[in-house]
Design a protein around this ligand. Structure first.
Ligand SMILES: O=C(O)CCC(=O)C(=O)O
Length: 239
C-alpha cells in the first residue's frame, strides 16, 4: 500500500502523509457516524471529555471520544481500520496491531490549540517503543481549522518532560512551529506519526467542525502488557 521510499521517509522523519486513503463514499459513511457520536445519538458519555481542560461542560471546545469501535464494533471491519493496520505493519512490522481508536473534533470558533506533546508521554513505559498513530481527516484540515503540525526527527530524541493543562486536559511540553511542518489534508487523507513524534495543532477559528478519526497501533506483545496492567485507553469516566 505504500512505497519503500514512503517507509524510509517515515523512519527518518517520524511522520508520513498519505493522500486519498478513503473514497468520497467512505468519508461520507464516517462523517454520518461521527455526527451520531457528537450529537449523542450514540451514547459515548463514559468515553467523552474535553481535551481543552475547560470546566464548561455545556460547550466543549475539543471533543475527545475514546474507543469508538468498542461502541460500534463494525468499525473494526471498515476501511480505516483495515487499510491503516496494513500500512502500520509495513511501517513497523508484522506484529503491529490496533491498540485503540479515538475521535477528536475541534468545534467551530473555539480557537483552542492542542498543546505540543509526544503521545508516548500519555503511556506506560514499554520495553518495545514501536508505535504509530494515524490521523485521518474527515473534514478538510487547514491551518485555520487546526490541521496537525509535526516536528521532523523528534521521534529519534528522548521523550520530553510533559505537564497537564487545565482540568484533566491535554499534556504539554516545549515545541515550536518554526522547526515543524504542517499537514493540510483533504477529507479521506491522513498522516501517520511515530509514538514519540512531537506534534500540535492550532485552534479552529472557522465556522465548521474539524473532525479527525485517529487509530493507534503497536506490537501485540506490548498491547498485552498494557492490558495486564489495566491500561486500555478508554479514559473511562468514573462519575
Ligand atoms: O487532533 C488534534 O488536535 C490532536 C491529535 C493528536 O494529538 C494525536 O492524534 O495524537
Amino acid at each position: 500500500m505504500i512505497s519503500v521510499e514512503q517507509q524510509q521517509f517515515f523512519e527518518k522523519e517520524g511522520y508520513l502523509m498519505v493522500n486519498n486513503l478513503l473514497s468520497k463514499e467512505e468519508v461520507s459513511y464516517y462523517s454520518d457516524l461521527y455526527n451520531s457520536f457528537l450529537n449523542n445519538t450514540i451514547d459515548a458519555s463514559k468515553y467523552r471529555s474535553d481535551l481543552s481542560g475547560s470546566d464548561n461542560l455545556s460547550q466543549e471546545k475539543i471533543t475527545q471520544i475514546m474507543v469508538p469501535s468498542k461502541l460500534v464494533p463494525e468499525l473494526l471491519e471498515k476501511p480505516i481500520h483495515k487499510r491503516v493496520n496494513q500500512i502500520a505493519k509495513q511501517l513497523l512490522g508484522e506484529d503491529i496491531e490496533l491498540d485503540f481508536d479515538m475521535l477528536i473534533d475541534k468545534a467551530p470558533y473555539t480557537n483552542t490549540i492542542t498543546p505540543w506533546h509526544q503521545d508516548a508521554a500519555y503511556w506506560i513505559n514499554m520495553p518495545d517503543k514501536r508505535a504509530v498513530s494515524c490521523w485521518m481527516a474527515i473534514d478538510k484540515a487547514t491551518l485555520n481549522n487546526g490541521c496537525m503540525w509535526y516536528t521532523p526527527k523528534s521521534h529519534l530524541k528522548p521523550t520530553l518532560k510533559h505537564e497537564q493543562t487545565g482540568n484533566k486536559g491535554a499534556l504539554k511540553c516545549e515545541g515550536r512551529e518554526e522547526n515543524s511542518v504542517f499537514a493540510e489534508l483533504e477529507p479521506g487523507s491522513c498522516v501517520f506519526h511515530h509514538g514519540n513524534t512531537l506534534h500540535y495543532s492550532r485552534g479552529n477559528s472557522t465556522n465548521a467542525h474539524r473532525r479527525a478519526f485517529i487509530t493507534n497501533f503497536r506490537p501485540e506483545e506490548m498491547i498485552a502488557l498494557e492490558r495486564s496492567q489495566g491500561y486500555d485507553h478508554t479514559g473511562e469516566r468514573k462519575n
